[in-house]
Design a protein around this ligand. Structure first.
Ligand code: AGP
Length: 709
């Protein structure tokens, strides 16, 4: 399990935990011990109160170890536990269900208590690990509290084991004694009907020893299947066909392998990513949304809650992975940068998950008071931000470009002066900052030294400090007064790609949330929110096509000494960001130029050799950009025009002047930079590969710049 967790480290996490069965676990004195009063640090004791070591333990309860920080801490804490309790780690069990998790905090700080597994009660009747976010957890929590439940953690996840226990107790009481126990997957399905949001769940229970239920909706999950080492453990004989039940109706391994291959024992590895299981087996089943996997008695069954007959197992193909661990970590892509560019539709979806409400329910009360953007981290400071003298965005590199791309949206929505500052320059100038300023610090890593110093500087001057970071628990997220987590997933490539588009989304959501009460802005707000919902699919729709097209274009441009990017308005950021990508990974000199400045100098560079990318998508800058194109063509410039798909005017220029087009789908102006940057990221990526440079670790650069000067 620890190796599996380490394989997932690249995604980022702030705490971890695990749960194993406590069968026959002796105490140092040879006596089973009760959970309370074990006197160790940082965790939850069996009586559900905060105690010291992150373990829940009881006569028949499983062993749970949890802690903040690195997986190494979890290994050490577990080793300590094993030693103190004199556990025999060489003992082999016929059945054992163990679950583990790395958590990336969304609800509640990184701590032992908030780490997963989460449990239903002091005896840990139900134990759950969860990836995703339960959006209606507050309502569920309120209902459970009314029924006398108390919550130990701040997580949304804790509602799930509590609901399971509640359902189990009610169903058992209803059935009465003598009745067969409700099957584990059926119990889980009952609880799933109450959950809204995204999840991948692993659930074990002392009421169902030797069984595991896993299920997913919106979050990835696979199960790796391996024959166990103990060929004699032929539990297959216990398995019968029929309805959904404890040992019934499971898809037997015998059905998956041919009989001669069958040895009778099963090891199943359930994980959110193949990299965690590949060392054990390459045979995997990829679970689909609403699937419920039941592992029991040496076999497994997969059901689907959307099927008419939920009690009949659904067929899922057992696939043999051809990839090695390193390739799997890269999701089958050659490089992390490439993977992260392609992950953007999913990354921006994650950034919006649970925060953007797509349905407009006019019938539900006053439509002017509808809350369509929910940013938990800004609830308490929203009014202060709106009353600020100015909003100052502070960042470096790509994060600065993200603030630039969204500046106009903040100005338009909030109607407060917005200024942008490069963190190092702000410090160099000792820029005046006042108590009634709101300073927003944008940083993917949350550790950039310049941004962090600027944060300390602004804080010392009494400004309200807001953080937008992709790293929970990072220095910037800890030091700011409030903020927004990007939730874009871990970014490994030094060249920031998915973090950039997700930052624009976060700043846009912030602007929309701040304009919530404005009736005059309502129509515009709604239009942007509607388009936010459509954005991931729009991005998906052209990703593959542009990947091929940009590879071809990269082959034509790879030997250029220099590249220029012209744009204006929101897309000035697109020009700067595209140029930065070409510099930092393709190692080609490139400049992003504000097209309005063209005639004040840069025009002198134009000739028939220098490739120039002009961003001219259909927005309020379109006419001005058309005039830029005409001026450049009049000087025989070598043009590549990035335009809205199907733009007949641009197609005509392309035909007449033999310039190339990069076509992207149209969207509302504030979001257009999010789509426009994607082909340019791909262009930089392919040029880097063709030029033979290191894509993920460009020379002289580091992912987190933790030094100043
Ligand atoms: C982006 O491709 C660069 N690696 C770099 O400009 C980066 O964005 C900058 O160092 C800021 O990093 P941060 O977002 O982690 O603060």
């Amino acid at each position: 399990m620890f190796t599996g967790l380490k394989r997932l480290e690249y995604r980022g996490y702030d705490s971890s935990g695990m749960c194993i069965d406590a069968i026959d676990a002796p105490t140092p004195t040879g006596r089973r011990e009760s959970a309370s009063g074990d006197g160790l640090a940082n965790g939850i004791s069996a009586d559900g109160t905060s105690s010291s070591n992150g373990r829940v333990e009881d006569r028949s309860s499983p062993i749970i170890v949890k802690c903040p920080g690195k997986i190494e801490n979890l290994e050490n804490l577990t080793a300590e536990y094993v030693q103190q309790h004199n556990l025999d780690t060489s003992k082999v069990y016929k059945h054992h269900v163990a679950i583990s998790h790395t958590r990336w905090a969304t609800h509640g700080v990184p701590s032992s208590i908030n780490a997963h597994p989460q449990v239903s009660d002091a005896n840990a009747d139900f134990v759950v690990v969860h990836n995703g976010i339960i959006t209606n957890y507050q309502a569920l929590k309120d209902i459970l509290k009314k029924n006398g439940e108390t919550f130990v953690s701040e997580t949304d996840t804790e509602t799930i084991p509590k609901l399971l226990k509640f359902a189990y107790d009610s169903m058992t009481a209803e059935a009465g004694s003598g009745e067969a126990q409700v099957p584990f997957p059926k119990l889980v399905m009952e609880v799933l009907t109450k959950l809204e949001g995204a999840y991948a769940l692993l659930i074990k229970s002392r009421h169902y020893p030797g069984e595991l239920v896993a299920c997913k909706r919106g979050s990835p999950m696979i199960v790796g299947i391996k024959e166990g080492p103990d060929g004699s453990s032929s539990s297959s004989s216990k398995v019968s066909s029929g309805g959904l039940g404890r040992a019934a109706s499971i898809t037997r391994l015998r059905d998956q392998y041919n009989d001669s291959h069958w040895t009778g024992a099963l090891e199943a590895w359930v994980a959110s990513d193949a990299s965690a299981v590949i060392e054990h087996t390459k045979r995997v089943v990829v679970l689909e949304d609403n699937d419920v996997l039941h592992i029991v008695g040496g076999g497994y069954g997969i059901y689907n809650t959307r099927q008419a007959d939920v009690e009949t197992a659904v067929p899922r193909r057992l696939q043999v992975l051809q990839l090695e661990v390193d390739q799997i970590m890269k999701g089958g892509y050659e490089h992390y940068m490439q993977k992260e560019i392609h992950e953007q539709p999913e990354a921006i979806t994650q950034s919006m998950r649970g925060r953007v409400k797509q349905q407009k329910s006019a019938e539900q009360g006053n439509p002017y008071l509808q809350q369509r953007i929910k940013l938990g981290g800004l609830v308490e400071t929203r009014d202060t931000i709106r009353r600020s003298r100015r909003i100052m965005f502070v960042a470096c590199g790509t994060s600065y470009h993200a603030a630039l791309a969204a500046r106009q949206t903040v100005e338009e929505m909030v109607e407060v002066p917005v200024v942008l500052e490069l963190a190092s320059d702000l410090l160099d100038r000792c820029c005046p900052i006042f108590r009634d300023d709101t300073c927003v610090f944008v940083s993917q890593s949350g550790e950039t030294a310049d941004t962090l110093r600027a944060l300390e500087y602004a804080k010392a001057r009494g400004a309200l400090c807001v953080g937008i970071t992709n790293t929970v628990g990072s220095a910037i997220s800890r030091a700011t007064h409030c903020g927004i987590h990007q939730n874009a997933g871990y970014e490994i490539g030094v060249a920031s790609t998915k973090a950039y588009t997700s930052q624009i989304i976060c700043i846009t959501m912030m602007a929309l949330a701040l304009a919530e009460d404005s009736i005059s802005k309502r129509e515009r707000r709604d239009a942007i929110i509607d388009e936010l919902g459509a954005l991931p699919d729009k991005m998906r729709s052209f990703m593959q096509v542009q990947d091929v097209a940009m590879k071809e274009l990269a082959a034509q441009l790879k030997d250029s000494n220099s590249l220029l990017f012209f744009a204006r308005g929101n897309n000035y950021a697109t020009a700067l960001e595209a140029a930065l990508k070409c510099k930092e990974v393709a190692l080609i000199h490139s400049e992003g130029i504000l097209a309005g400045e063209m005639k004040h100098g840069p025009l002198a560079l134009v000739d028939e050799h220098l490739p120039i990318v002009v961003v001219a998508t259909r927005d309020s800058m379109y006419k001005k950009m058309e005039s830029v194109i005409q001026q450049l063509l009049a000087r025989s410039a070598r043009l590549i025009i990035l335009c809205t798909a199907g733009d007949a005017t641009m197609q005509e220029y392309a035909k007449r002047s033999d310039c190339q087009l990069i076509e992207v789908p149209g969207t509302v102006e504030p979001l257009q930079p999010i789509l426009n940057i994607v082909p340019l990221q791909l262009l930089a990526y392919h040029m880097t590969v063709l030029r033979g440079h290191n894509v993920d670790q460009p020379r002289n650069l580091a992912k987190s710049v933790t030094v100043t000067d």
